[in-house]
Write a protein that binds this ligand. Sequence first.
Ligand code: ARG
Length: 563
Amino acid sequence: MLGQRVSEALAEAGAQDAPPVVGPATRPEFGHYQANGVMGAAKRLGTNPRALAERVLAELDLEGIASRVEIAGPGFINIHLEPAFIAAQLDTGQPLLEPATESMTIVVDYSAPNLAKEMHVGHLRSTIIGDALVRVFTALGHHVIRQNHVGDWGTQFGMLIAHLEEIGANSEQLSDLEMFYQAAKRRFDDDQAFAQRARSQVVALQSGEPDVRAAWRRFIDISLNHCETIYQRLGVQLTRADVRAESAYNDDLQDIVAQLDDAGLLTRSDGADCVFLDQFTRKDGTPLPVIVRKSDGGYLYATTDLAAIRYRCRTLHADRVLYFVDARQSLHFQQVFAVAAKAGFVTESCELEHHPFGSILGPDGRPFRTRAGGVVKLTDLLDEARRRAERLVRAKNPDLPEAQIDAIAEAVGIGAVKYADLSKSRTTDYVFDWDQMLSFDGNTAPYLQYAHTRINSMFQRGGLVLGSLSGRMRLAEPAEHDLGALLIRFQEVVDQVARDAFPHHLCGYLADVAARFMQFYESCPVLNQDEPIRTSRLLLSQRTADVLKTGLGLLGIETVERM
Ligand code: ARG
């Protein structure tokens, strides 16, 4: 609403179709907003930003919204919001989030482990970040389609099947898929004859031989069960129905290559079918191909991704497709997106977006591994998180009822792991640090969960139920203003996450909310205050709890009643 007013004033002042102009000031003071768009608009118009800002001010009518408006710096407009305006936005009748004006169909490709092995720490980021975006889009009223593009095809399965055949179908050994995989891998590396058998099993698998298919299905099933256990523990909203595995595209691959050929994009190089695009070259300037069919007729990861793009655009009618995949696959996605666009697989209205992320590092700054140097299994990691969280909550509050400890420790432990990931800028690597993520200070899940429990227990002490109060508040004290002005920004922060897929902005915002609440709580007594101030402060606290709980919920993190 504020943004719209400023945009209108900008248009009146001669800067049409200015982008969204009202952004929060980088350090939001009480009710203090900055209209940054003036700068950009002035640049496009080739006018002096301060002069344009003057004209905008002359047109700007913020009666009832702002108490004071001024030009700052080279051409920012600072808007000091009216306390009554802030209070009205926080009225219990006002929803925390409004749905997006235009509901889109959004495909989110996330998690996507390779099913030959057990899920390990390498899949954590995609799973957690993708899930947060799914929740954000859903909350904004979009039609979200989850796609778990699991790796269930290729040579690794030949290896597993050959090993299964060798040791006999002993399902006990299969219960630890990771160990089974390692054993098969050793056989593959050490024994030529075994490696040969593994390769012929791949051929048998691909030609659809019933016995081999059955063995393969068994692996897939065990592996997916295992993933589902992890998803449930993580509170990730992925089910079997969301799995659309690589193998689901097998029947499309021949046609994909044929269409590339029809489009005149195919070049034969050393017996393989390739697509060369001008923009992709090696360091030495030679052209870099996207291989879509090997000389032995086999298809590749890229071919499958081309088929997936066509399916998502043409069959699912996606408006946006977001891929949460490791930064190391950036070139792969640039290439397949470009090839798919050239081949006409991508619809006019569809945006393909790779949202890369960095690696999780160990304390030594190298890729995170177990002490023995192996991959860190997610099950083990989550067990450890739970154990550490239990120690933490027992120390913090020795009076917690024994019956509740389990649930609290799980929520705090899992929440800490997820939040540690979500709160770091997605594109950089980060060091996995138990002490930091399980600290009650700073930008952590326990800090936010704790802030929420404090509001909850305040209501309990007052004999009230959180969420049951209604009415309008009055913001009189500076600490109340500050908190209120921050709370009304919830929507714009969530909108921003939906745009850029950087959930750490929401984390930072929630940590600010919790910190402002603590400041308010220290300077403004609530329960032992006279009416109407008491109810007004309770309402402000209730709204804070609502923002914290909803915000954490969008990140896939649970709140608890006490801790
Ligand atoms: N299974 C792949 C991996 O673990 C990730 C798949 C990501 N999604 C995609 N459409 N390529 O590296």
